[in-house]
Design a protein around this ligand. Structure first.
Ligand code: CTP
Length: 153
């Protein structure tokens, strides 16, 4: 019998932390189903992505370790999805520790260690540092530093 693993996420600006989590989850079973948060669902959480839902789900569904990518449209669909796919394992990164323990009545729930030093938020903040308004801020900061350094010349 196929051992189905189920997980969810936004997967904006797909990075090595996402890949590592999905590969480790796939290794726990035979068939990995990934719920990708829709733009509408993210909006309801106050989250805005750089990459659109259409592109995020396309990227996830093309990965070798992913067997099926489905839209995640609400917080409430998890129990139904566990039943629908007959999932043996529900897995997330450990930033979600405890949040989905209510699924333990239906399947095994596990939280895996996150990859240190990388996240979509970190990448967004790095990109933001390069936008025009911040380039102006950086120029001002550099001018200030130069003027301080000149005083010591
Ligand atoms: N994840 C991980 N290691 C990371 C980043 C994410 O294992 N460095 C996992 C999360 O724990 C989650 C899944 O990847 O189970 C999808 O997470 P998502 O929230 O889409 O990614 P983040 O990079 O954490 O995004 P954000 O910064 O917006 O929270």
């Amino acid at each position: 019998m196929k051992r189905v693993v189920l997980t969810y996420g936004t997967f904006d600006l797909f990075h090595a932390g996402h890949l590592s989590l999905l590969k480790r989850l796939k290794d726990l079973g035979d068939y990995l189903v990934v719920g990708v948060s829709t733009d509408k669902f993210n909006e309801s959480k106050g989250k805005k992505t750089i990459i659109s839902f259409q592109d995020r789900i396309k990227i996830i569904s093309e990965l070798k370790c992913v067997d099926l990518a489905i839209p995640e449209e609400s917080w409430d669909q998890k129990i139904e999805d566990v039943k629908r796919f007959n999932a043996s394992i529900f897995g997330m990164g450990h930033d979600w520790e405890g949040h989905f323990d209510f699924l333990r009545n239906h399947c095994e729930v596990i939280y895996l260690p996150r990859t240190e030093g990388i996240s979509s938020t970190l990448l967004k903040n790095t990109l933001r540092a390069f936008d025009n308004s911040h380039v102006d801020d950086l120029k001002k900061a550099l001018d200030l530093i130069s003027s301080i350094v000149e005083r010591f010349d």
